[in-house]
Write a protein that binds this ligand. Structure first.
Ligand code: SF4
Length: 359
């Protein structure tokens, strides 16, 4: 398979036990949307995200109560947790003391530089990395004036300024994100910073939008950069349950030959030859195979005549026919089955091939 030609080798940091940057695989992140003070709900969501392939989870910490909850959350989960802090440096210090594996701050909204320095020093002493989150909406006023708005150049300059401040405090373990809701500005900003520094980069398109729109914008922004070898961690942003982000994230990485976790589901676009309820079946297969970790190609095709041939590269697949369907492997017919049994038979086969339990 074609893969990304040249990966930009950034300096490596660690978020908890997860390496980020250098030659480490591109890491998949997400963020909880529960009220962090609700420890039970937040832990449950973190665990669901982790099971679905999320390797670092970000949690909003907007208050003192959320800091206290963070300490309890940390004791209940194994996946590294990044505390997302805005405005109040005391919450950042609190999150470090509560055991956060990383901090995400926008130094621009933390206040004066001394406050940022205090956070940076405490993070350095604890060996905890920081993500500098530059957002087009919060670029400093003087940079907006110089650049005539929140341009890619303004975002890069803002990032370099914040990086300089952390470095002054002896903190080297940080990564940067440069997010804009405009895909091309985001891409240009990351390209600009990648050319100027070896800092690890966290990719994302902010406020990408709901459902399909968010998936398209995120895939384009993240995909363009990854295809150029830029990017060490990614977060797909869709206005939906955060678990919905993970199949998209792995879909992007799989399509670029960067990661091969889980099921690569192939299904035909349907046509006048479609002989069964393919759309429903494909959705059910996608849902029930989401937790599979082993790389495997699975096909769900509309007709038994052309389907196996069109999905020749699939390890295993099914195709519908009139009242009956078939199971095939690598394009070859293996078994004919009544229509109503075919879905369960496919899941059984995936279970046997991967050794993983399918619910
Ligand atoms: Fe049409 Fe069959 Fe091809 Fe699906 S597999 S697009 S139903 S010919």
């Amino acid at each position: 398979m074609e893969t990304v030609r040249r990966r930009r080798i950034s300096r490596q940091i660690h978020v908890g036990n997860v390496p980020v940057g250098g030659t480490a695989p591109v890491v998949v992140q997400s963020m909880t949307n529960t009220d962090t003070r609700d420890v039970v709900a937040t832990v449950a969501q973190i665990q669901r995200l982790h099971r679905a392939g999320c390797e670092i989870v970000r949690v909003a910490v907007p208050s003192r109560e959320a800091v206290d909850a963070l300490a309890r959350i940390k004791k209940a989960v194994t996946v590294p947790i990044i505390a997302d802090i805005h405005f109040d440096f005391r919450l950042a210090l609190g999150a470090l003391r509560a055991g956060a594996d990383g901090l995400r701050i926008n130094p621009g909204n933390i206040g004066d530089e001394d406050k940022v320095r205090r956070v940076a020093r405490e993070a350095r002493e604890r060996g905890v990395p920081i993500r500098i989150g530059v957002n087009s909406g919060s670029v400093e006023k003087d940079l907006l004036a110089t650049h005539g708005g929140p341009t890619a150049e303004a975002m890069v300059e803002s990032a370099l300024r914040h990086m300089g401040l952390l470095e002054e405090c002896g903190l080297k373990d940080f990564k940067v994100s440069l997010k804009s809701s405009d895909v091309l500005t985001t891409v240009e900003a990351y390209r600009g910073l990648a050319a100027k520094s070896d800092v690890p980069l966290h990719l994302g398109v902010t406020e990408a939008g709901p459902g399909v729109l968010g998936a398209v914008k995120s895939s384009l922004g993240i995909g363009l950069l990854l295809a150029e070898g830029i990017g060490d961690t990614i977060r797909v942003s869709v206005t939906a349950d955060p678990e919905e982000e993970l199949p998209i994230a792995y879909g992007i990485l799989r399509s670029l030959g960067l990661r091969h976790r889980g099921v690569d589901l192939i299904s035909c676009p349907t046509c006048g030859r479609t002989e069964w309820n393919l759309m429903e079946v494909a959705q059910e297969v996608e849902r029930r195979l989401r937790a599979v970790v082993t790389p495997i190609k699975v096909a769900v095709m509309g007709c038994a005549v052309n389907g196996p041939g069109e999905a020749r590269e699939a390890d295993v697949g099914i195709a519908g026919g009139r009242g009956q369907g078939i199971l095939f492997k690598k394009g070859k017919l293996v078994e004919k089955l009544p229509q109503e049994k075919i879905l369960e038979r496919l899941l059984q086969e995936v279970q046997a091939m991967t050794g993983e339990r399918i619910l």
